[in-house]
Design a protein around this ligand. Structure first.
Ligand code: CA
Length: 507
């Protein structure tokens, strides 16, 4: 009996130690909070110290860089909402995951949240999804329908659809914090917080309706770009503040009672607050009778006041998440990331929107903090990509990325030990044409020094010398002085296309 009892006691102790070890191991795995915004230009994050930094600061997003790393050269593979999200989840280029255009659906395939789930993570997603199919690999998901609404949006979860009163950026954060409070405390978690903001039409939240109304923002040097140094695509795009930004829906100048139908989503209280701000602006606009450059300048100021106020509410809500992690003792073992699905033009080249491989839309903001792993206040200048996130998270979770994934784990970069073999060039391919904004299909290759772009359906090439011409105003493709650069960049493009198993579109 005694022997049996001893065995039983020892078995219990062994069983108990395994449970304890598993829990300790599980808790040691880092949590991941991935905060993702839509169309958030790096030029409007004050950590990047652009022309807008002092007048429209983002103190909370900046906290991530202050406590961690600011990435100066993060780029996307295809500068558009839906394709960028597919690349984030699958770690593959658009031609591999099949999501090339805005209207494409993500088919069933390997994604990093499902892998993290298999590795013992609790996984959650709140906010904009925009991939048509339901999210897979999440314990909890609660998403906006397509683009979603800024005011009183409908959310869809596994349990159905519900309309929630309030402002999208606040509501998405409320839901994320609520899930964090209810999660199982003995397991690591992945929390993806995907904001709708600051996507067009830049509807400000109730807390920021008047925020920048007295501020005049500096214009970019290229606001009145005449595209003389560029080819057909820059001349024929339909994304200019002058010609394509609408007074009515983009800038909320409502001169006809019918125009207020755009506010059909708002309740009486919300509508009254919005009209209190925009009715006097409309009256002033009508009295000014602007045209030409003066009208462009006025539209630019309206655009910036709306866009930057929308960004401010994102920033406030990033602060809520960081405070929650601090107060609940989670900051130490959590990687916090802030980034956007792509960059955006804030008047550079006279534009809004994205799509082009030119710098402002090709590049995206990226800030990370992870105490004890990422050095506080560090700045990174390596070429990194939204292709890299999936593999980074899988490696952090103790897994191995599937062969199919095409990025690189950022872990050595985050630790300040970028290998000497790190990538020296990036491949880009934009497909969504014909479509809104009239940006032709193009692919290209970029190094830190040069960018070669092929608008292959037009048979037009562009080469930019990024050191001499950072604003990309002079196409050097036909300049004999760049003959060998063109040749080398074409070889690099071919090499990347073979490496990524890309289609042949330029031959
Ligand atoms: Ca977007």
């Amino acid at each position: 009996m005694m022997i049996k009892s001893e065995v039983s006691k020892n078995s219990f102790l062994l069983f108990f130690s395994i449970i304890v070890c598993n829990c300790v191991f599980a808790q040691a795995k880092p949590n991941i909070v991935f905060i993702f915004s839509d169309d958030h230009a790096y030029q409007s994050i004050s950590a990047y110290n652009s022309r807008l930094a002092k007048l429209a600061p983002t103190p909370n997003i900046d906290r991530i860089a202050k406590d961690g790393m600011l990435f100066q050269k993060c780029y996307v593979t295809n500068s558009l909402c839906t394709p960028s999200r597919a690349t984030l989840l699958t770690g593959t280029h658009s031609h591999i995951n099949g999501v090339r255009n805005l209207s494409d659906r993500l088919s069933p395939q390997i994604t990093f949240p499902a892998i993290l789930h298999d590795l013992g993570y609790q996984t959650a997603l709140v906010g904009k999804w925009h991939l048509k199919s339901d999210p897979v690999g999440f314990d909890y998901w609660d998403i906006l329908i397509n683009q979603g609404q800024y005011y009183n949006p409908d959310f869809v979860s596994a349990g159905g659809t519900s309309r929630v009163t309030g402002y999208a950026t606040d509501l998405i954060t409320d839901k994320a914090l609520s899930w964090l409070g209810e999660r199982k405390k003995d397991k690591p978690f992945l929390m993806m917080i995907h904001h709708k903001a600051p996507h067009r039409p830049w509807e400000k939240g109730p807390a920021h309706l008047s925020l920048y109304e007295d501020v005049t923002f500096p214009e970019p040097e290229t606001l009145f770009d005449d595209y003389s140094g560029r080819g057909t695509p820059a001349k024929k795009q339909e994304m200019s503040i002058d010609k394509n930004m609408t007074l009515r829906s983009d800038l909320k100048i409502h001169t006809n009672p019918e125009d207020d139908k755009l506010y059909a989503r708002l309740n009486a209280e919300q509508l009254a607050a919005v009209k209190k701000v925009y009715d006097p602006i409309t009256a002033q606009f009508q009295s000014l009778n602007l045209s030409g450059e003066a009208l462009v300048k006025w539209k630019y100021q309206r655009y910036m006041r709306d866009y930057l106020a929308v960004v401010r509410s994102v920033d406030d809500n990033v602060g809520r998440v960081l405070d929650y992690l601090d107060k609940n003792g989670l900051s130490k073992n959590t990687l916090v990331i802030y980034c956007s699905d792509q960059g955006f033009y804030l008047g550079e080249h006279g534009w809004f929107d994205k799509r082009f491989m030119y710098e402002e839309s090709f590049r995206t903001p990226l800030l990370m903090k992870w105490p004890g792993v990422i050095k506080k206040g560090s700045v990174n200048n390596d070429l990194v990509s939204n292709l890299d996130f999936a593999q980074t998270f899988i490696e952090m979770a103790g897994g191995k990325a599937p062969e199919r994934m095409q990025g690189l784990s950022l872990l050595p970069v985050m630790k300040g030990h970028t290998p000497s073999s790190w990538r020296k060039s990036l491949y880009y391919h934009y497909y969504d044409h014909p479509a809104e904004h009239n940006v032709p299909k193009h692919e290209g290759v970029a190094t830190k020094e040069y960018k070669l772009i092929s608008f292959y359906e037009l048979g037009e090439w562009e080469l930019y010398d990024l050191r001499k011409d950072p604003h990309e105003m002079h196409n050097e493709y036909a300049n004999p002085a760049y003959l060998s650069v063109v040749k080398n960049m074409k070889l690099e493009l071919d090499k990347l296309k073979r490496q990524y198993k890309a289609e042949h579109s330029t031959d």
